[in-house]
Design a protein around this ligand. Structure first.
Ligand code: 1HE
Length: 263
């Protein structure tokens, strides 16, 4: 078993691992041990895990950076390294091997919002509220949020949240594309598990392309992006798994698309 700090707990449902931020007495504030634990978990995922659900214990997803760990003697170099440690951990989530589904409830603030932004699919319970209170604390984003959040919700909204300290409701967050799903309180985990199981049943090469090639293509200049897409398409469709899945559909052995009303 992988050694993780007591602030993280992991359970499994078949091919889906459920990672829980387990520090409810501190509203799941992220101390160094937890951030390093997240990095270790995502960088050394068991081969049989094909999707991850991330959620928080107690009434809140995550209160952000553990503010107790940044007080004391100011040290510029340590400050840079601290931020880079968060970058490594969140990079391991965003550019890991498997898709990550975040269940958001209560406070999703500061570094908690940055953590959510590193996941691939965000499910907001209606209790969730989003904020970037760094201005009030006299600090700045440090967990990759300055890079990821504008891509998610745009520079003007990030600036608005950081300058005013206001919160976004779950509904507003979905409208602003900070989350893709809005669900009733207490139902986020079940929803995330359902979605994660679907993703886990995809061909691993397609999931790999979605996680690694798609963001790369989206950021590339159009001609490089289109060429990379062609390469990725050819790589995926020539895998034995793709060939078997395509034959299964043509021979009427595979499920058709069904539409259940969405959401
Ligand atoms: C904490 C933290 C924390 C709570 N670091 N200890 N994040 C913030 O600025 C958010 C600060 N937290 C809050 O505004 C509130 O705690 C909440 C709205 C999230 C929840 O309120 P509530 O009433 O449920 O809890 P509480 O009584 O405020 O907190 C319970 C305990 O958790 C308390 O400690 P206790 O020893 O007095 O019981 C709090 O001090 C502690 N706690 N949040 C440390 N964040 C990579 S850069 C990222 C930059 C940021 O993340 S900036 C945003 C930081």
């Amino acid at each position: 078993m992988l050694a993780l700090p007591p602030t993280l707990s992991v359970t499994r449902e078949d091919a889906v691992a459920i990672v829980r931020l387990s520090r409810p007495d501190k509203r799941n504030a992220l101390d160094d041990a937890t951030v390093l634990g997240l990095e270790r978990f995502f960088a050394t995922l068991d081969e049989t895990i094909r999707a991850v659900v991330l959620h928080g214990e107690g009434a809140h997803f995550c209160a952000g950076l553990d503010l107790g760990e940044v007080t004391g003697e100011a040290d510029l170099f340590r400050g840079i390294q601290h931020s880079q440690m968060w970058h490594r951990a969140f990079h391991a989530i965003q550019f890991g091997r498997v898709p990550v589904f975040a269940v958001l409830h209560g406070a999703v603030v500061g570094g908690g919002f940055e953590l959510a932004a590193a996941c691939h699919v965000r499910i907001a319970e209606s209790s969730a509220y989003f904020a970037l209170p760094e201005g009030q604390r006299g600090i700045f984003l440090g967990g990759g949020g300055a890079m990821r959040l504008p891509r998610l919700i745009g520079v003007p909204l990030v600036q608005d949240l950081m300058l005013t300290g206001r919160t976004l409701s779950a509904e507003e967050a979905v409208r602003a594309r900070a989350a893709q799903y809005l669900v009733e309180p207490g139902t986020g985990l079940a929803k995330a598990l359902d979605l994660a199981r679907k993703a886990a049943s995809n061909a691993p090469m397609t999931n790999f392309a979605v996680l690694h090639a798609l963001p790369h293509i989206a950021e590339a200049n159009p001609s490089s992006g289109l060429f990379t897409e062609s390469l990725m398409a050819a790589i995926a469709e020539t895998t034995p798994e793709a060939q078997a899945r395509l034959r299964a559909f043509l021979e009427k052995r595979a499920a058709k698309i069904t539409h259940d009303g969405g959401g």
